[in-house]
Write a protein that binds this ligand. Structure first.
Ligand SMILES: C[S@@+](CC[C@H](N)C(=O)[O-])C[C@H]1O[C@@H](n2cnc3c(N)ncnc32)[C@H](O)[C@@H]1O
Length: 301
């Protein structure tokens, strides 16, 4: 929401009021600083200038927050509140209650994924299932089990460097991740996910910028379900570029590391990408406490 624009939701209206209050305080303080400067009270002026800079930073943060929410609202026709904790639980990570909440939620998400694949099968929406970023294999194993249970004949692909994350971008990735994080070897993961006894599953090693530009990736024509779990902005850019011509009408697109910011990570990659995809529309299906965003893709025309 920009200054002067009509707030479109109760949250946006609240943010706008907060922005106006902080803005008024900031302006009043500037006027006071000017008066003090005229009377040459240097110490007091310096203290107030520091306080004023903090207020300015607060205003900038509110503006960024408001523009992110306005963009999300406009893009997905959904007023989704930005949480003030991550994950969205007050239980400390690693404690037994947090584990129960987190893994209970993960089980719920596995069921949701199966439900979506069941819908794809029932609607006759053909296409492979792809995960970008398999790490130790938790999700690819789950997707493989769903395919087996449903006997739907879909192919499953897992792309990863099998060396962990590449070097994050210090600005666009916001200092959360580090190079080599989540490293798990191809042999280790193949064994963990039973690739040898699952002929419909292929794990493909390499950096996305290389592996997605050559066979077997280039031979995949249609994708009905894609999970982007590669954390970083540049990695998501590679995945989305690859997916653009392959996502079928009705496909499911999942972001495992959605950022509540227009300028970071997968959110930035998606925001830039949709600007280049006039034929695609996105229906918001849901988001869980790990900021896993589920979308349905529609092809116009
Ligand atoms: C958070 S982990 C994935 C977790 C996994 N989906 C699971 O179910 O446990 C992120 C993975 O993305 C991979 N990755 C990120 N960027 C990549 C890139 N540009 N090329 C290849 N692999 C990448 C990393 O190697 C890492 O294994």
């Amino acid at each position: 929401m920009h200054r002067g624009a009509e707030p479109s939701t109760p949250d946006a209206a609240l943010l706008e009021r907060l922005r106006a209050l902080v803005g008024a305080e900031h302006d009043a303080m500037l006027a006071l600083i000017d008066r003090l400067a005229a009377s040459a009270d240097a110490a007091e002026t310096g203290r107030l200038r520091a306080e004023n800079a903090a207020l300015r930073a607060q205003i900038q943060a509110l503006d960024l927050h408001a523009s992110y929410e306005a963009w999300f609202n406009a893009t997905f026709a959904t007023n989704l509140r930005t949480p003030n904790t991550w994950p969205f639980t007050t239980f400390e990570i690693g404690t037994p209650w947090c584990d129960k909440v987190v893994y209970g939620m993960q089980d719920g998400e596995f069921l949701f994924a199966e439900h979506l694949i069941e819908q794809l099968d029932a609607a006759g929406i053909a296409g492979d299932i792809v995960e970008f970023g398999t790490a130790g294999g938790t999700w690819i194993k789950t997707l493989a089990s769903i395919i087996e249970r449903r006997q739907n004949g879909r192919r499953l692909w897992g792309f990863d460097s099998f060396q962990g994350l590449p070097e994050p971008d210090p600005v666009r990735d916001g200092g959360i991740w580090h190079a080599g994080q989540y490293a798990a070897s191809l042999e280790e993961v193949s064994q963990a996910v039973g690739a040898g006894r699952r002929p419909f599953l292929t794990l493909v090693a390499g950096w996305f910028q290389d592996s997605l530009a050559r066979a077997p990736a280039t031979a995949i024509a249609s994708i009905a379900y894609a999970r982007i779990d590669s954390d970083l902005y540049a990695s998501a850019v590679d995945c989305l570029r690859y997916l653009a011509p392959r996502l079928v009408d009705g496909a499911i697109l999942v972001f495992d590391d959605w950022q509540f910011s227009l300028n970071h990570g997968e959110t930035l990659a998606f925001r830039e990408w949709i600007g280049t995809q006039p034929d695609l529309e996105f229906e918001f299906l849901g988001m869980n406490m790990w900021a896993h965003l589920y979308l349905r893709v529609r092809r116009r025309g």
